[in-house]
Design a protein around this ligand. Structure first.
Ligand code: NAD
Length: 502
């Protein structure tokens, strides 16, 4: 059994508290590690160390930081396989899925290599006689990232790449359920030549989060996780006058129009609903076929193919779906299936009885489940399940689908499958959701766009990574400067200055 520690100021940091949390292999159910949980004083120590480095790191030429980012990018590419193994061991996702996560995590690093281009900001010559005006995008200060279990490398990379490239020291508080990937990232960041301590990893739970949210020297907080905690982090961080972006949970719909290619839609639904055992914030968890004819076709094909998904540990190269993250989470998802049955939805495919024999019989595996005839008032529709459970809600028209989607309290991603450009256009314009896919089931924006939901899927003004994150991780300072010619006389001006006068 291994021990997972924090890395602060470039060194291994032993927690001063004796609190620990177990780390499991979700495929076997066996405890494989233990993570030390930081105390409040550990957090304050980490923040103080980062704060001491902030001025120098922020003043370093942006292009020097970008050069380090280039090296980090190369190291991530070279070490993909190793990182994927670490992710699969503690998270349970398949090896290929872990590689996919790393590739999507490298995108913001690539973007960050070019951040000097954005930091140069704007300049206006002669806003008045002999007066020039320009903007400076200066580092926000010490920033922290609090991340979820489901993407132990990608979500930290979403945050740390742009935060560091903009000149902020960054402290990562990863999920205590799969904490090792963060230490591997720390190692690569050191190897890339970043000054020791500009990036730290503090392992912990609520105690560490609360200490980070109230620490005086923390300027910015990026959070990704469930909606109730996102809301808590946002409100608490704001009460301590931090800049906060807090991304929460999701219930993503896929509208399938009557003219869509139903088999393409079925394949898209299978991958996006059941890939990573449904533990993705951009998973499609509601299929919304328009009209009964399309609904019957989808359900018939889905129910056959969902039963054929190869469910196995990551060590099986043919695995298409791994286990859930923990015993408790599996029980929660099973609980939702029971609720759906009680609520009167039609359980067409029941994944509850799935087991693997032998070494993996205590793993947190669950088969794919499919509910048909789900109604908008049911809890299985309203709440995020975060497991391999797909709900089919039959809508009579595109209009009805848009109304239902817009009434849902979560607004992360949505997708429409159709051949009708006018219908797609109408949908894109009117749907109240942050990220929209057209014939694309998981519309996660690439690293040079920004990621973010609407409604209770994001608290705060900024999306994560891409151009939005540069605004999040910098403060705008606007300079108005006059350089008079030698000998030019001035006089007191009592009216409000404007271009015509000064
Ligand atoms: P979670 O909210 O339980 O945990 C997220 C982080 O918050 C962890 O680091 C955890 O240690 C910390 N935390 C947990 N409870 C806390 C508390 N009471 N006070 C303070 N901090 C606390 O989320 P999770 O289960 O790790 O991840 C799954 C959730 O994340 C899902 O809801 C999923 O939709 C969401 N998610 C959202 C996005 C997005 O971009 N919107 C991306 C990935 C995951």
């Amino acid at each position: 059994m291994y021990k997972v520690k924090s890395m602060v100021g470039g060194d291994v940091y032993h927690s001063t508290s004796s609190r620990t949390s177990p780390v499991f292999n979700p495929a076997s159910g066996e405890q494989i590690g233990e993570v030390e949980l930081a105390s409040q004083s550990d957090v304050l120590d980490a923040v103080a160390k980062a704060a001491a480095l902030q001025e120098g790191w922020g003043a370093m030429p942006a292009v020097e930081r970008a050069n380090m980012m280039f090296r980090l990018r190369g190291l991530l590419e070279e070490n993909k396989e190793k990182l994927a193994e670490i992710i699969s061991r503690e998270h349970g996702k398949t090896h290929d899925d872990a590689l996919g996560e790393i590739s999507r995590g490298i995108e913001p690093v690539t973007f960050a290599c070019g951040i000097p281009h954005i930091l140069k900001s704007e300049y206006s010559l002669n806003v008045a006689k002999l007066v020039d005006s320009y903007g400076l995008l200066q580092p926000l200060g010490v920033c922290v990232g609090i991340t979820p279990f489901n993407f132990p490398a990608m979500v930290p990379l979403w945050m740390l790449a742009n935060a560091l490239a903009c000149g902020n020291c960054f402290i990562l508080k990863p999920s205590e359920r799969d904490p090792s990937a963060s230490l591997f990232l720390h190692d690569l960041i050191q190897q890339a030549g970043f000054p020791r301590g500009v990036f730290s990893v503090v392992q912990g739970d609520k105690e560490a989060v609360d200490a980070l949210l109230s620490a005086e020297k923390v300027a910015g907080v990026s959070f990704v996780g469930s909606t109730p905690i996102a809301e808590y982090v946002y409100k608490t961080g704001c009460s301590f006058a931090k800049r906060v972006q807090a991304l929460g949970g999701a219930k993503n719909h896929m509208v399938v129009m009557p003219d869509a290619d139903s088999e393409r839609a079925v394949d898209a639904l299978l991958g996006s609903a059941y890939g990573a055992a449904g533990e993705r914030c951009m998973a499609i968890s509601v299929a919304m076929p328009i009209g009964d004819e399309m609904a019957d076709r989808l359900v018939a094909s889905l129910s056959k193919k969902a039963r054929e998904i190869h469910i196995a540990p990551a060590s099986d190269a043919k695995s298409e779906m791994g286990p859930l993250i923990s015993k408790q989470h599996k029980e929660k998802v099973v609980g939702y299936i029971e609720i759906g049955v009680e609520e009167g939805a039609e359980l067409v495919v029941d994944g509850r009885d799935f087991t693997l024999a032998g070494e993996y019989e205590n793993g947190y595996f669950l088969g794919a489940s499919l509910f048909d005839r789900v109604a908008p008032n049911m809890r299985i529709y309203k709440e995020e399940i975060f497991g391999p459970v797909l709900c089919v809600l039959r809508a009579g028209s595109l209009e009805e689908a848009i109304t239902l989607i817009n009434e849902h309290e979560l607004g992360n991603g949505v997708s429409i499958f159709t051949r009708d450009g006018a219908a797609a256009r109408n949908f894109i314009e009117r749907v109240s959701i942050g990220m929209v896919g057209v014939n694309v089931p998981i519309p996660v924006p690439v690293g040079f766009h920004s990621f973010g939901g609407w409604k209770r899927s994001l608290f705060g003004a900024h999306g994560i990574y891409g151009p939005e994150s540069v605004h999040f991780y910098t403060k705008l300072k606007t300079v108005t400067a006059r350089w008079v010619e030698k000998g030019e006389k001035g006089k007191a001006e009592f009216n409000f200055p404007h271009a015509g006068r000064n």
